[in-house]
Design a binder for this molecule. Sequence first.
Ligand SMILES: NC(=O)c1ccc[n+]([C@@H]2O[C@H](COP(=O)([O-])OP(=O)(O)OC[C@H]3O[C@@H](n4cnc5c(N)ncnc54)[C@H](O)[C@@H]3O)[C@@H](O)[C@H]2O)c1
Length: 246
Amino acid sequence: MSLENTTALVTGATQGIGRATAERLAADGAHVACADIQDTADTVKAIEEAGGSAEVIALDIRSAGDWSAAVEHLGRVDYLANVAGVVNMISEDSVVGLTEEAWDHVLGTDLKGPWLGMRAVIPGMITRGGGRIVNISSLAALRGLPNLASYSAAKGGVAALTRQAAFEYAEHNILINAIAPGTIDTPILGDITPEMKQANANSHLIRRLGRAAEIASMVAYFFREGSFLTGLTYPVDGGWSAKGNF
Ligand SMILES: NC(=O)c1ccc[n+]([C@@H]2O[C@H](COP(=O)([O-])OP(=O)(O)OC[C@H]3O[C@@H](n4cnc5c(N)ncnc54)[C@H](O)[C@@H]3O)[C@@H](O)[C@H]2O)c1
């Protein structure tokens, strides 16, 4: 299915997986609304230089008002990629070491954000006869990992909410899936040492970090193909989730 003459809204489009997704969907023909709490002008410039169509949308995914303003401005959203997210930089992220402030920040961004996004776009999709949504979960939704308590709770919530939304809106021809990435080489990794990078790479059967474009390619698959897929949380993780413990 071509994305020509459609509008795709991508959150987190300033950098990392969101930017790669915006660039990929534009290359596939969509007009891409590049949304982020940071400026997305660079992403829009890169898309336009490559011959695609895009615009900057200033949007904090935690704000219902920002979502309704964006959807009203765009008029239509055929595809929503809920990519923006954060890790806990406020406190330790163990169950006991986590602070309430950090819990509220991570859950308020990584779980509430995608919910507000779906709530904002689904009514228009129903009116127009369908649409597709991809949410970004994490392998942390499926496996216990060190120091990711609030993050795993949020991303587990994204997987559950994706399934629930798929259940509620399949009858309106709205297909909703999530992706659970392994460790992808983006700015979210912060200043980790080369040794830590290598350890992360080694957790995959394919012994390297994933690339943002490899997640974008799965988003494009869910949007362009995937006509019998909904409610999934699909690992794109270099085989991490397939790995035994030896
Ligand atoms: N990189 C990984 O290893 C990895 C693994 C699993 C899941 N993920 C998830 O993939 C998504 C993208 O991560 P990334 O690696 O590209 O991270 P990143 O930090 O490079 O990019 C995240 C983007 O989200 C934006 N953002 C943050 N809070 C926002 C808000 N309130 N409103 C709007 N925009 C906001 C940031 O400005 C940034 O541009 C996140 O949901 C992340 O949890 C990443």
